[in-house]
Write a protein that binds this ligand. Structure first.
Ligand code: ADP
Ligand code: MG
Length: 489
């Protein structure tokens, strides 16, 4: 029990604590207009079999031609994962029969992947960081799609996806909790989006993960793993791991052993179930594709790609903290989306950066989320947030009134300065006007004024009354000063 208290990642079983061990294989569709080995278009929403070339359809004698752009995206991604780029890699055929695979094999890279070992820095929920090792990244083709629910008696084949380029990113078994696994996938997704090498759209299946799960007693060697195929949301990844770890712990505690197998996650039942065991696993009879030469990359080209990389999330986080004096928390929230970080920087120029960060990460984020909008689609331009913060900074409006101003700005009533003018929201710093309100309230409430002498904290009631009388526009500091003077505190 003490173990699970000191290490919250451990799971308490009937017979003692267990540790979950996970390694992920993430499949990311390369953001490319054409397929990996043919010129056929890649796109969502085309009619069935409209984006299929003879190569993708597996016609006899058709030769694959490697798409240079896809290779460049894989190299970029490898560099973004701080990984070794292999100057020489090789495409292999992975042979199996399935109706969505007309060639009878998938072209992949088993023995010599384009990208080798790397490392990804991931932020945990408590704000600490942990590293996840990358084993490799290889390029491969996706298969087509079978459609079983259009007819009660027939299945349909759509080959639009066949031959689309995928990057498979294989992690080392470095993950120890469902939260870590989810945080890792989120981080990979963010890096890919920054790089522009994959759009990260999990709903469309453009980013999906095979999750390998095993359990062990703390300190013991790794246990036998099961692989949960094709999990395509953060929530499902977490649910699948939790279910699978529990299932394995129960088997082991009952004296059984884990059979290495491939499993599927059923999101409706929240369970994983067996798809095929290792014994039934296909023998893919991998061999180098005779139609494709080994891929040799010139170092100069790799260096050129490296020089063209955008600023990546970790670097941006460090820079935002340094340049604007932001907390790690604010910086992490801002870099989670590139457009959000860009927006912040556009608004923060010459302003109180912490205040700008607050407006961007709280008020504006919440409004955009409620409308299902991205920062790039914000109806409030960055210049307006900058103006709003400037009005707070120079005392024209209070923070409280700023919320009201923001509402009007959000509704398209103009810039913050225009809204303040139009609705008369300027903070009252004119001490004469505040004094007048204070005098009136004290005169109308002599017993309360007398009571304040014994109970100084009762001044709060007076502050409230003055703010009410001035429509919330009185400068709170001025109100406090004047009240204290008039009440003899
Ligand atoms: P395969 O080709 O059989 O899928 P890989 O070497 O590609 O095997 O490993 C697949 C994934 O399984 C990797 O992400 C790796 O980190 C992970 N993995 C390996 N051993 C274990 C284990 N004992 N428990 C959990 N995950 C593991
Ligand atoms: Mg694998």
């Amino acid at each position: 029990m003490t173990d699970t208290l000191t290490n919250p990642k451990l799971i308490q079983g009937r017979t003692g604590p267990w540790e979950i061990v996970m390694g992920l294989e993430i499949h990311a569709q390369v953001a490319s207009k054409a397929k990996l080995f043919s010129g056929a278009a890649v796109g969502f929403g085309a009619g069935p079999n409209e984006q299929v070339s003879l190569v993708d359809a597996g016609f006899p004698g058709m030769l694959p031609t490697l798409n240079r752009y896809c290779v460049e995206q894989a190299v970029k991604t490898g560099l973004g994962l701080k990984a070794k780029i292999n100057n020489r890699s090789q495409f292999d055929r992975k042979n199996y029969f399935y109706p969505d695979l007309p060639t009878g094999y998938q072209i992949s890279q088993l023995y010599f992947p384009i990208v080798g070992e790397g490392v990804v820095e991931v932020e945990a929920e408590d704000g600490s960081f942990f590293n996840v090792g990358i084993e490799r990244l290889h390029l491969e083709q996706d298969a087509g799609k079978l459609i079983h629910d259009l007819s009660p008696t027939e299945s349909y084949v759509d080959l639009n996806r066949a031959g689309t380029a995928l990057m498979e990113i294989v992690s080392k078994p470095d993950l120890r909790s469902p939260e870590e696994a989810v945080a890792y996938v989120k981080k990979i997704r963010t890096i890919l989006i920054y790089l522009g090498t994959c759009d990260g759209d999990m709903e469309k299946g453009n980013l999906r993960a095979d999750v390998n799960v095993s359990v062990r007693r703390p300190g013991e060697p790794f246990g036998t793993r099961c692989e949960i195929k094709n999990v395509n949301s953060f929530r499902f990844i977490s649910q699948a791991i939790q279910y699978e770890a529990r299932r394995q712990i129960e088997i082991l505690e009952d004296g059984g052993s884990i059979i290495q197998e491939t499993r599927l996650f059923d999101p409706v039942k929240g369970e994983t179930r067996s798809m095929r065991s290792k014994e039934e696993a296909n023998d893919y009879r991998y061999f180098p594709d005779p139609d494709l030469l080994p891929l040799e990359l010139e170092q100069a080209w790799i260096d050129e790609i490296k020089a063209s990389l955008p600023e990546l999330p970790d670097e941006k986080r460090r820079r935002l903290m340094e340049q604007y004096g932001l907390s790690q928390y604010d910086a992490v929230v801002l870099i989670s989306e590139q457009a959000k970080a860009d927006y912040f920087e556009a608004a923060a120029k010459g302003r109180d950066a912490k205040l700008v960060a607050n407006w961007v990460t709280n008020e504006l984020s919440a409004r955009l989320a409620a409308d299902g909008k991205d920062f790039s689609e914000s109806p409030v331009p960055a210049a307006h947030i900058a103006e709003l913060v400037a009005l707070i900074e120079d005392g024209t409006i209070s923070s409280k009134i700023a919320k009201e101003v923001f509402d009007h700005v959000w509704n398209g009533e103009g810039s913050p300065a225009e809204v303040v003018e139009k609705h008369g929201l300027k903070q009252v710093t004119d001490t004469g006007a505040i004094e007048k309100a204070v005098d009136e309230i004290i005169a109308a409430n002599p017993d309360k004024a007398a009571a304040v002498a014994e109970k100084p904290q009762a001044i709060g009631w007076f502050v409230g009354q003055v703010m009410k009388a001035t429509g919330g526009k009185a400068n709170p500091a001025a109100v406090n000063d004047i009240l204290k003077a008039k009440l003899g505190l």
